[in-house]
Structure formats: C-alpha cells, structure tokens
Design a protein around this ligand. Structure first.
Ligand SMILES: [Zn+2]
Length: 113
C-alpha cells in the first residue's frame, strides 16, 4: 500500500490543468515536484477523465512524449503478452504500450517509488 491520497491529488491537478489547456511539460514538472521520490499509489485514483476523455496516465504520456504517444495510438502492433489472454488490453496492444510508456516516464522523470 502506497500513498493513495498523493495520487488522488496529483490526478486532480493534472486533469484540471489539462482541461484548462495550460499543461506544458514545464507545468507538469512543477505539479509533480511534491510527489518526487514518493510511493504515490494508483489505488487512490478516482478514474478522472478530462473533457476529451483522457485519463491522467494518457495525459502525462501525451504531454511528456507526444511523438511516442501518437505512434502508440497509430500502432497495430499486438500486445507484448501475445501468447496469452492479456487482461489489460484485450490483446490489442495499445493500452499495454501506453502503460509501459507511463511507467517509464514516472520512473525516469519523477522517480515515483
Ligand atoms: Zn496487453
């Protein structure tokens, strides 16, 4: 169990700033500052969606790595779990690729847990 409240605060801020159309990478870095090196835990997620339907993980990928994000949206690549029944993406691949990108970003940029 990590810091659920921390994730909840982060999610609300990121989605709100994205909806205001002011979420640059610099703004995102400032928002993430208090959460660096913490164990914020997605168990605290309220599954918020922006006006355009994106959740916080997709928003972060889109803002930090826009080209990779676009490439993943266009991919027809199968899931990395191609042999099995992937419960995350249903075998379509995109959701798992996005999750991998989100995991890389949060670890490398902000060292969440
Ligand atoms: Zn998958």
């Amino acid at each position: 169990m990590g810091w659920n409240e921390g994730y909840r605060i982060m999610e609300r801020q990121v989605v709100a700033l994205y909806d205001l159309n002011v979420l640059s990478k610099d703004v995102l870095n400032a928002v993430m500052e208090p959460f660096k090196n913490t164990d914020i835990d997605s168990g605290g997620s309220e599954d918020l969606k922006a006006i355009d339907g994106l959740g916080v993980e997709n928003i972060v990928c889109k803002v930090v790595k826009p080209q990779e994000y676009e490439r993943i949206l266009e991919t027809t690549e199968a899931c990395r779990d191609a042999d099995g029944e992937c419960k995350s993406c249903g075998g379509e691949g995109r959701d798992c690729l996005l999750f991998d990108l989100w995991s890389d970003i949060k670890k490398n940029e902000w060292r969440f847990w």
